[in-house]
Design a protein. Structure first.
Length: 488
């Protein structure tokens, strides 16, 4: 799909779908709605009244124009009380693009001419039409979809074309992450995930080193290997690096890449296991963020390090009661084989910190507890550095993703004590599950300035991304990009 800019008026733009974002109760006061309504001899506001459209967040009204203006359909999208204009445009673009059925062309009104709004519109137009349709055959196979999108701006400027391109790059990075998370676990296994990363990196000038089991063994990552032991598929450590000449800072993203989490010997019940192809969501975010950084040519050295394995129940599977050493040297007593993500991350974080980054940020579908606390669309944000915590949170208000600051409560650390090893990997308390998982990770990052995002996985898969607020991002990809831009 091609996205272009135009200063054409809402009554004269020739398009099948014309989208206008409307704040709650603002529909009658909207100049463009008034203009369109006049041209349509009152038919637009009549529809608004008949259908009771008030502009509540996510509400839509699709009105046929029947030749009275150049557009074939007017689509009003409720923005509620959206405080950020960028969030509003992103949401209108996403929902507008999803309202498309057979049409090929769409135009979205951008009420103010700023780079941020143009970029948000381009991002929404890129993520909105997303469907995971790789495995459909016959008449469910995709039939083309949107061909042409226009952002209607009050005035044009050279820099807006860059903003369109940036929005598309971020949107495509989000879609890459979605494709990976939606990918079935028999298809996206650790070797396939690594192959995908290597191939994508080669397209954008990003280096990609992939380690197999022998190299992971040689490097000394016993916790990572313990998780892999029950699987018939080899693990992979994936290390992507974008190293521009003009780099000002070094950032390392780390991702949990469990391509399937059965729970291991502490087997998950069938219902909980059903979603567990999503357990490489952190890896997907990491890949999307590194690719976007490279495509945006950000002046930051950006690394992405992923520990990828399945958690399975084969006869060599690790057991509750086992004790392993770690890359860092600390010994760990295994209490529950379903708390596997923090073990993989402990070794990978300890290794990645040797890259001496200014900031290290991991993304992981780490705990069900975080979803219980924050719901399926908000990620828990932790940091061992108060400044980084605020900086990262600020990035999420730019990107429109939903993060919530969580406490690394030191008092809970003692609940990770083991009788026979340096640490137990789960808490002795049934409370604060997301916090104690983050505390366990914090034991392996040393003094590196580090942030951790406990992200929800299942809501990124299948149809559920359609219900995500602010246009359905939610992975952390666009927040990661906003963070890199903030420190550029
Ligand atoms: N991958 C899961 C966490 C998860 C659960 C992500 C549901 C998305 C949706 C993780 O490996 C896990 O199983 N965590 C356990 C930890 C427990 C055994 C301490 C959990 O959350 O139940
Ligand atoms: Mn698990
Ligand atoms: Zn897991």
């Amino acid at each position: 799909m091609k996205i272009s800019l135009s200063t054409e008026s809402v009554t004269h733009i020739s398009t099948e779908i014309l989208v206008l974002g409307i704040l709650e109760k603002g529909v009658g006061k909207d100049d463009d709605v008034v203009k369109l309504d006049k041209a349509m001899s009152g038919a637009l506001m009549q529809h608004v009244k008949d259908e009771g459209f008030t502009g509540k967040e996510g509400e839509t009204l699709k009105v046929p124009a029947r030749g009275r203006v150049k557009a074939s359909w007017i689509v009003l999208v409720g923005l509620g009380s959206c405080v950020s204009h960028a969030d509003g445009i992103r949401l209108a673009s996403v929902i507008g693009a999803r309202s498309v059925r057979r049409q090929k062309t769409i135009a979205v009104r951008v009420p103010e001419a700023t780079e941020a709004l143009v970029r948000a519109g381009a991002e929404g137009l890129t993520t909105g039409p997303y469907r995971y349709d790789r495995f459909f055959t016959g008449n469910r196979k995709p039939k083309g979809g949107l061909k042409k999108a226009v952002l209607l701006v009050p005035s044009l400027a050279e820099r807006f074309s860059n903003a369109v391109e940036e929005g598309v790059i971020v949107g495509e990075a989000i879609n890459v992450a979605r494709d990976l998370v939606n990918g079935p676990p028999n298809v996206i296994n650790p070797p396939a995930l690594a192959d995908f990363a290597a191939e994508a990196c080669s397209q954008y000038g990003v280096t990609c080193d992939v380690w197999g089991k022998a190299q992971i063994e040689a490097a000394g990552m016993p916790l990572f290997l313990a998780v892999n032991a029950g699987s018939g598929v080899e693990p992979r450590l994936i290390h992507m690096s974008w190293t521009p000449k003009n780099s000002k800072k070094r950032v390392v993203f780390v991702g949990k890449g469990l391509t399937f989490d059965s729970g291991g010997l502490c087997l998950k019940p069938a219902k909980a296991m059903a979603h567990m192809k999503c357990d490489m969501g952190g890896a997907a975010t990491t890949i999307g963020a590194v690719l976007a950084a490279a495509r945006l040519k950000l002046p930051i050295e950006v690394h992405g390090v992923i520990g990828s394995t399945e958690n399975m129940t084969g006869s060599f599977a690790y057991r509750p009661g086992d004790v392993y050493s770690s890359y860092d040297g600390k010994t760990v007593e295994i209490a529950n084989t379903d708390a596997e993500g923090r073990l993989v991350l402990a070794d990978v974080l300890a290794w990645a910190r040797e890259l001496e980054p200014d900031f290290m940020i991991d993304h992981a579908t780490l705990t069900g507890a975080c979803m219980v606390a924050l719901g399926p669309w908000t990620a828990g944000l932790y940091a061992n550095d108060p400044e980084l915590l605020e900086m990262y949170y600020a990035s999420s208000t730019q990107s429109g993703e939903s993060l919530w600051k969580m406490p690394l409560d030191d008092d809970l650390k003692k609940t990770l004590a083991s009788d026979i090893a340096d640490l137990k990997h789960i808490s002795s308390l049934p409370y604060g599950g997301s916090i104690t998982a983050a505390l366990f990770l914090s034991e392996f990052v040393g003094k590196t300035r580090w942030a951790h995002l406990d992200i929800a996985g299942p809501s990124f898969t299948e149809k559920e991304h359609e219900y995500l607020p602010q246009g359905g991002t939610g992975f952390g990809v666009s927040t990661a990009v906003a963070f890199l831009e903030q420190i550029s």
